[in-house]
Ligand binder design. Sequence first.
Ligand code: SAM
Length: 502
Amino acid sequence: MTAARFTSTGDELFASGRLDEAMSAYRQALAHTPGFPAARMGLDAILERARTRDPNPSLRGLLLDAYADDGANWEAIGWGAANQLVVGWPATATPEAMAGDALLLAFLTKSLNRDAALERKLIALRAATAQALAQPSPSPSPPLVELAAALAEQVWLNEYIWPDDPAVPDGLAGAMYRPQPAPRAETIEEQRLASALPEIAPIVDSVSLSVAAMYETNPYPRWTHLPRRPKVDVRAALMRDFPHARAVAFEGPLAVLMPGAGTGQHPLSVASWYDKAEVTAVDLSRPSLAYGKRMAARYGIDNIEFMRGDILDLPKLGRRFDHVECVGVLHHMADPKAGLQAISSVLRPGAFVRLGLYGEGARRIVVKARQEIAAAKLPATLEGLREFRRRVMGGSLRRLAKLTEWEDFWSASLLRDLCFHVQEHRFTMPLLRRFLEGSGLTLLGFEFNAGASQRATDAGPLAFYRARFPGDRTLSNLANWEQLEREKSNLFPGYAFVCQKD
Ligand SMILES: C[S@@+](CC[C@H](N)C(=O)[O-])C[C@H]1O[C@@H](n2cnc3c(N)ncnc32)[C@H](O)[C@@H]1O
């Protein structure tokens, strides 16, 4: 059997929920062809979901292998690693005992923690490590220094969202608590890149200006790693998913527009995973784009251009695009429909547009959080964010504890984006219909696993639609979806959908 054959067997087993067997098929593929991207991706999706009540040495070994593989998805496997760390945490977790834990060190430097129980343990370990470092003698052992550096890296990843302790002095120990006076090499490089970015036009819209200020302070998201993936012909893949789309042949490279590119995580994935793509990444925030540009250089990705500008000014670019991906952006504009219109105006006929928007139903708890934040006058500063977390994770806002289940609770830029945003619209089906009307775009359908690390589909809502409206093979009638959403209010975690330019 070839690695591809083992992998497709793994994918079939995965899709039918037989994860143990899928895991061994992916491992066979990787044994056959080390690093085989599709098998790596499948195995990572299983490690992401792996939860055990007791320490599992074999899982631990697989997690360590994944952290040793630069092509693995460290963000995804962090979930499984956090579980192994929690269930294996010793009763007396002294810095000396923990300093030799290879999984802990890999996790701290490569995955953002998103587990409340582990956060408590790590914060206690940090305090004990600071104490050990404060001893006048003997001088700290290399493993202790390594542990402190790994904790400092985790705190850099979460943008210092854990509480500070002013009693801990700057230096090796202080780096586990706050940015140090000497800037990191990345920061210096980003400042240099930010000032040299080309600009479409100066930002003038007042909401765009305040959104820009927010993301200039907290570029979203901080990320460190681009996993290896098989190349994908995105237009062919979308034609398979939406067979009712119009087939339009494009010549030459695929001109991809990524408006609201953020720190480049999504645009760099597109630039490196999509076949023959030439990506233009546009954002209001220079520091965000500079972060992306630094990461592009690190991964040697040169088919991407970063430009500072407002989506409203896209027509001034004087270019045409064949494909757009714009996730988590338009709901932050004063008039999202004006943003969509600007995007639509720069597209070639037949271009695909992949969009992601907030849904009112899914964000009820966020609306409550925003009300509490306003009532308590918590500022959108690091102090305000820390205080909000303190209240949610055990203080007066415990009733919002479900927020800790959101991926965006766990770092400063993520949490600010989630609960402290200066501007957010939330969509409903009727609003979505009005949003698309007259835009020159036709809805092809919704995606329920977009961005997931595994291709196996969550067919739930689509199967529900098919069963209820068997006559509509396109699954794209908004009136039908509206009816289904009335019956199941949590049908959509947010609206992720694909349109095509008329
Ligand atoms: C939540 S972040 C999403 C970033 C990225 N799309 C992602 O999914 O990781 C929203 C981004 O949209 C950008 N943005 C918001 N309004 C914009 C506008 N009018 N023009 C350009 N970018 C905008 C912000 O600066 C920010 O980087």
